[in-house]
Design a protein around this ligand. Structure first.
Ligand code: NIG
Ligand code: FE
Length: 413
């Protein structure tokens, strides 16, 4: 396949191919080219430029985008889209005044999802996750991370991970799998926490490695879930199987999750609704990326992570959807973009960088995704009207993405 897209009113996000992320003040800028073309060969970007310098006598198939503008597809570096059932009843309980933690303590939350997933077969889980993924792609996501963590026993965790690998085999976008067996202590291990951790480390991790079912490991290191000591123990066992951590940290309290993640060499620490000076200082001294999930803050009514301060202190920041049935049941990174601007005071350009280039670094896919650079995948979104990065977060609740190209081919849901 060899194509040239012409008649592009504007291309946003053509960073140099070697640039893996932007930090601090750099996050305010997004490069663009007006009146442009983009050449694609075998799913990758070969070259791009301005229409005044369109290569002549190029044998490539021409596709005229007729004045539309384009940007790289979004990278969603944190999701839980394999689940058996929605949890509207918990939503109603929260509306009536109960908190996420109270509902979880009463058998709701992650345990509620686990009980239902254990009774659901692989094909049913696959079909439901695939339809969520189609919805995400229609809203502009072209690379995604998906976690296990609603099985909490050997067979159910492996089943979830197989579903994720099947999504990766059947969809044209890059999909990474994260083992989150340490999402909660299941009821049968309530009096034997260490027994559950041993099950994760000694039984499930070797099976995952044998079938190559995961790329990363995650632990919910927070109040009422796993401690920093337990988190380090699980990360160490996972490192023995080549899995790098991405940690759920500081959603519910100041529990040392950020510090534990940094100590374990995590690629990212995610959530960060409770983040103060110690956590920010710790991140500044590390290569671990902060990932905020404003859909969760919005939906649970908990604080937003202090991303404004993090950027002002010079950090590179990332935004993700956290799409899951309990704390953030939304597929759209356009909505996340809007929440980041309206509620966390990020500029539209900063939030754009946080769901594209920086998000690709948080998933270790910068060589393939996150910007429209020669050598990377030709995954891009087509928008109509006046080119503007501000219109997307401003005109919220609307899907601005008209067409999605994956590997230079239009994606049909
Ligand atoms: O990222 N915080 C932990 N895990 C998920 C929510 C899980 C659930 O409630 O089902 C999250 O918000
Ligand atoms: Fe999550």
């Amino acid at each position: 396949m060899h194509r040239i897209f012409t008649g592009i009113r504007r291309i946003y996000g053509h960073y140099p191919a070697t640039q893996t992320l932007v930090r601090g003040k750099e996050m305010q800028e997004v490069p663009f080219i007006d009146h442009a073309w983009l050449e694609v060969q075998n799913g990758r970007i070969l070259a791009l430029g301005s229409m005044d310098a369109l290569p002549e006598n190029n044998p490539a198939e021409r596709i005229d985008l007729k004045g539309a503008w384009i940007m790289p597809g979004f990278v969603d570096s944190h999701t839980h889209i394999v689940f058996a059932a929605t949890r509207e009843e918990e939503f109603r309980m929260r509306i009536a005044g109960r908190s996420y933690e109270e509902i979880a303590a009463a058998g709701g939350g992650i345990i509620n999802s686990a009980m239902r997933l254990r009774q659901t077969d692989e094909d049913t889980l696959y079909e439901a996750a695939a339809s969520r993924l189609r919805l995400m792609i229609a809203h502009g996501t072209t690379c995604v991370e998906v976690k296990s963590g609603y099985g909490l026993d050997t067979e159910s965790e492996l089943r979830m991970l197989r579903v994720i690998r099947r999504l990766a085999a059947n969809f044209p976008i890059p999909i990474r799998a994260t083992f989150l067996g340490a999402h909660a202590i299941p009821p049968e291990y309530k009096e034997n926490r260490q027994g559950y951790i041993d099950l994760l480390c000694r039984d499930i991790l070797p099976r995952i490695a044998e079938e190559n079912l995961a790329d990363f490991v995650d632990v919910f290191c927070d109040r009422g879930y796993f401690t920093p000591v337990e988190t380090l123990q699980i990360c160490e066992a996972a490192a023995g199987f080549g899995l790098r951590p991405k940690i759920h940290a500081n959603e519910l309290g100041y529990t040392g999750g950020v510090q534990a993640g940094v100590k374990a060499g995590a690629l990212s620490v995610d959530h960060l609704e409770h983040c103060g000076e110690d956590e920010i200082a710790c991140l500044l001294n590390s290569n671990t990326l902060p990932v905020a999930l404003p859909g969760c803050s919005y939906f649970l009514g908990i604080p937003f992570a202090p991303l404004r301060e993090m950027i002002d202190r010079g950090l590179p920041v990332v935004l993700a959807s956290d799409f899951n049935p309990g704390s953030s049941p939304g597929p759209s990174l356009q909505m996340v973009w809007s929440l980041a601007c309206a509620r966390m005071k990020l500029l539209p350009e900063e939030a754009f960088n946080a769901i594209t280039l920086n998000a690709s670094a948080a998933l270790d896919v910068s060589a393939d995704c996150g910007s429209l650079s020669p050598g990377k995948r030709a995954d891009f979104l087509v928008m109509q009207g006046e080119p503007s990065l501000s219109i997307i977060p401003y005109h919220f609740g609307v899907n601005h993405v008209q067409e999605v190209y994956v590997g230079g081919v239009r994606f049909e849901a």
